[in-house]
Design a protein around this ligand. Structure first.
Ligand code: VG1
Ligand code: CO
Length: 544
């Protein structure tokens, strides 16, 4: 295998965000752009020679081409085995599982997750470490530093690899193993959930379901697991064929983007259960007939009922949520005497807690839920968890949610996103918010008295690393909260996320529309950040 060293010049913008490096496809197509970043990653890692690397992506436009390039760079940098999903496909949780199962050194996951795909849209690349989880900040910072000084990359002179045939191929000392992307993952799911019970409940018609794969990576996973293994009617998985542009849609599982599913679930003769996942298969949206479950509630409900699931029957060690996620899971933890951790946004902050056995379940308000079975959030896992709960409790989704609220109270919750805001306006808003923080505590705004106003900083309880500036929080004496954050996954301008939350203990008041219940907080948020005033917009781009 001949190895060439190619001279290159640094790009200044290769700073990974919340979940890897995400840019327009066109940016990635610039000569040497992908090569530079991949070499910067390899340069920052120790002792990669003779190690295994997992490689796969969500199948979006540029996936195949990028994989061929990465194979050559990985080979040139001395990896001895590359484990690749057939067709270059792997969902993010499946990649995490493969890294763990085959004790790989790490993995490269090609995805821009819920961002649209296609020649004019987004691509992304993320490095996962040996525990299967997203690289912690000290790694991503090292990749960025390296990318700013890189002068050359190494590439092996090998032909393009056949990605479509399962099996092993050898190039000198390099082994390339092409695996079925679904098999290992489906096997793992069977060790956690009661597949016999699920087969019965689905076979008897007690559970009817619709899963929207949004033309993204979960199509083949959901077809195999839900239809072939569990016996859901053919066609229960909709938009099941992965497409390079996701059929032109946003592969983002929420009521705005998974329209077809939402319509069916709120329509007449709705199935008992509905769900959707995102581009790379790590997110989930849970619905029942006539009901949408907020991700924050979903996490709390999974935590409260974990002992009903075979994989968690022995109990869970603790829970964690990202800071902007509602406090619903905290109430479950308090009642069950479980440790509860609050981390910055992004799955990379859960890794240490999971590795140390401090938590078993964790989640984010952004439709992400997961457990210690892998080190990523896991869309289909959450779906199977809910199905298993419904089958065990023999209750509808709506009844499970209502009963949970009766027991713990309801954390009424919403997120308002303002996308593609001009960067200077967004920076102005953040500066304006920061300026107000010291003046707010003790101030009353109608019924809302500010208890604290600060910027969230996190000290990792396992390795002591500190992450600052992780979102602006304004908390009120009645337990309500407003959080402001700039997104770290967008590729156009800035996205301001406003997270709104109010606790309602009275079960007579649980059945209300979240937006109207949160109206006073929505107004206060505008007063604090002036997003509408400063952008001239009427309202958020997306409400979840
Ligand atoms: C968003 C979500 C965050 C999630 C991240 C990656 O980040 O808010 O909770 O972990 O996406 O999810 P941000 O910085 O845009 O708010 V995924 O499914 O896009 O990998
Ligand atoms: Co995702």
């Amino acid at each position: 295998m001949e190895i060439k060293t190619i001279e290159t010049h640094p790009f200044e913008d290769q700073n990974p965000g919340t979940s890897g490096l995400r840019k327009k496809v066109k940016t990635f197509q610039q000569p040497n752009y992908l090569e530079n970043f991949v070499q910067s990653i390899f340069d920052s890692l120790d002792d990669i020679v003779d190690q295994k690397l997992v490689l796969g992506g969500d199948g979006r436009y540029f996936n195949r081409q990028a994989i061929q390039t990465i194979i050559k760079i990985a080979a040139a940098n001395g990896f001895s085995e590359l484990i690749i999903g057939q067709g270059g496909l792997l969902s993010t949780p499946a990649a995490s599982h493969l890294i763990r199962k085959y004790k790989a050194y790490g993995g490269l996951v090609l995805s821009a997750s819920h961002n649209p795909g296609g020649p004019e849209e987004d691509f992304g690349i993320k490095y996962n470490v040996g525990n299967g989880g997203p690289a912690p900040e000290k790694y991503t910072q090292a990749f960025y530093r390296r990318s700013k000084e890189i002068a050359s990359y190494k590439i092996a002179e090998i032909p393009d690899i056949d990605l479509d045939t399962v099996g092993t191929q050898k190039f000198g000392t390099l082994t390339i193993s092409i695996l079925d992307p679904v098999n290992d993952y489906a096997e793992l799911m069977q060790t956690i959930f009661d597949f016999d019970l699920l087969k019965q409940s689905i076979g008897s018609g007690y559970i009817t379901l619709k899963f929207d794969a949004m033309h993204a990576i979960t199509g083949p996973y959901a077809k195999t697991i839900l239809e072939d293994m569990l016996g859901a009617k053919p066609g229960s998985v909709i938009n099941a064929v992965p497409l390079e542009d996701f059929g032109g849609g946003h592969p983002d599982p929420n009521l705005a983007h998974a329209e077809e599913l939402a319509e069916a679930m709120f329509g007449p003769n709705a199935p008992t259960f509905g769900a959707a996942s995102d581009g790379d298969g790590d997110r989930n949206m849970i619905m029942g007939s006539q009901i949408f479950v907020t991700p924050s509630d979903s996490l709390a409900i999974l935590a409260a009922n974990a002992s009903l699931i075979p994989g968690y029957a022995k109990g869970i060690s603790g829970v964690a949520r990202s800071m902007p996620t509602s406090q619903a899971v905290d109430r479950v933890a308090a009642q069950q005497n479980l440790p509860c951790f609050e981390t910055p946004t992004g799955w990379k902050f859960f890794g240490n807690l999971l590795d140390a056995g401090k938590i078993t379940l964790c989640g984010e308000e952004s439709f992400g839920t997961g457990s210690d079975h892998v080190r990523e959030k896991d869309g289909l896992w959450a779906v199977l968890f809910w199905l298993n709960l419904i089958a065990r409790k023999r209750q509808s989704v709506a009844d499970i949610v209502t009963e949970h609220w009766q027991r713990f109270g309801r954390d009424i919750y919403a997120r308002h996103d303002y996308e593609a805001v001009a960067t200077d306006i967004a920076d102005g808003i953040v500066a304006y918010l920061r300026e107000q923080l010291p003046t707010l505590p003790g101030k009353a705004f109608g019924d809302y008295i500010v208890l604290y106003a600060d910027e969230f900083a996190y000290t990792d309880p396992v390795d002591g690393s500190v992450s600052k500036n992780q979102g602006i929080r304004i908390g009120f004496e009645n337990g309500s909260r407003i959080v402001f954050r700039l997104s770290g996954t967008g590729t156009v301008g800035a996205t301001l996320r406003i997270y709104l939350e109010r606790y309602e203990p009275d079960s007579n008041l649980h059945d209300q529309d979240a937006q109207s219940a949160l109206a006073p907080l929505i107004e206060l948020a505008e007063k604090f950040c002036e997003i509408k005033k400063r952008t001239g917009r009427n309202g958020p781009t997306v409400i979840t």
